[in-house]
Design a protein. Structure first.
Length: 262
């Protein structure tokens, strides 16, 4: 998971370096957006109202309750594996893994070079969703240190502040990233089938982590919520930023982009 976060930040650093070398003001603008959103993101709990804390309490309680199903679901899944299911659940080799970073990278690159602002922004928001949801997951893995199902040490075995992979179960990096990407991508279009396809990919990835005995059911449930919530925040924050900017001017070496919000 640490490697994944490092990759996304290296990607952002690459963009910044490219901007300096080629004086690409658009890229510099986007890099600043990528970095500056952390201020709003990490300060958000300071602005929470009672209903927001109630939602957090509900998520925490729901995750705790889902732990009760961890052992039984693990047994059911491990005892009922098949070739068809194994083929389907190979999805976590790609979605939610390192290959997932090709999605924001490709969207941003194509959008930038084709001057497609919507596609470029899609790549940027996806990268932000991966990075910030990934930071939460990485922190929880280290702090909580829950043992993975394949260790056969039980549901409530913990080794806090451990970097040992066997104690990195809570929460699931694959699931977090899968839901972060799918939430941003689903928001790109109002088409029902488009949205259903992306969330199906995310849900199947979460199930794959249980199927491969890498995560408990409760890990996956919580991780899906984290990935979705962080991506949803980033999407809404971007909309609020757009609504607050009636005029946006982005100069480049050979042209000036002017965006007027009505």
């Amino acid at each position: 998971m640490m490697k994944k976060i490092l990759i996304i930040f290296l990607f952002a650093t690459f963009i910044h370096q490219k901007a300096q070398n080629q004086n690409c003001e658009i890229i510099k603008h986007d890099f600043t957006h990528f970095v500056d959103i952390r201020k709003t993101f990490f300060r958000q709990p300071l602005n929470w109202e009672s209903k927001d804390w109630q939602i957090l309490a509900g998520i925490t309680a729901g995750t705790a309750i889902s732990v009760l199903a961890d052992n039984s679901l693990k047994t059911i899944v491990q005892e009922n594996q098949s070739k068809i299911a194994s083929d389907i659940f190979k999805i976590d080799d790609f979605y939610g893994s390192y290959y997932s970073f090709l999605i924001p990278f490709s969207a941003y690159s194509i959008g930038y070079f084709s001057e497609n602002e919507d596609l470029r922004k899609l790549g940027l928001l996806t990268a932000e969703a991966i990075a910030y949801s990934g930071l939460i997951t990485l922190s929880l893995k280290f702090i909580i240190g829950r043992n993975r199902p394949f260790t056969e040490n039980g549901v409530l075995k913990f080794n806090p502040f451990s970097t040992n992979n066997e104690f990195n179960s809570f929460s699931s990096g694959h699931t977090t990233i899968a839901f972060a990407i799918s939430t941003v991508m689903a928001n790109y279009s109002d088409n029902f089938y488009w949205k259903a396809a992306w969330f199906s990919l995310a849900g199947t990835t979460g199930l794959a982590r249980i199927y491969h005995n890498q995560h408990w059911f409760s890990d996956v449930i919580f991780s899906g919520i984290v990935g979705y919530s962080v991506a949803d925040f980033i999407i809404n924050n971007d909309k609020e930023t757009q609504n607050g900017e009636n005029l946006s001017i982005i100069p480049t070496t050979d042209r000036v982009f002017i965006s007027i919000k009505l």
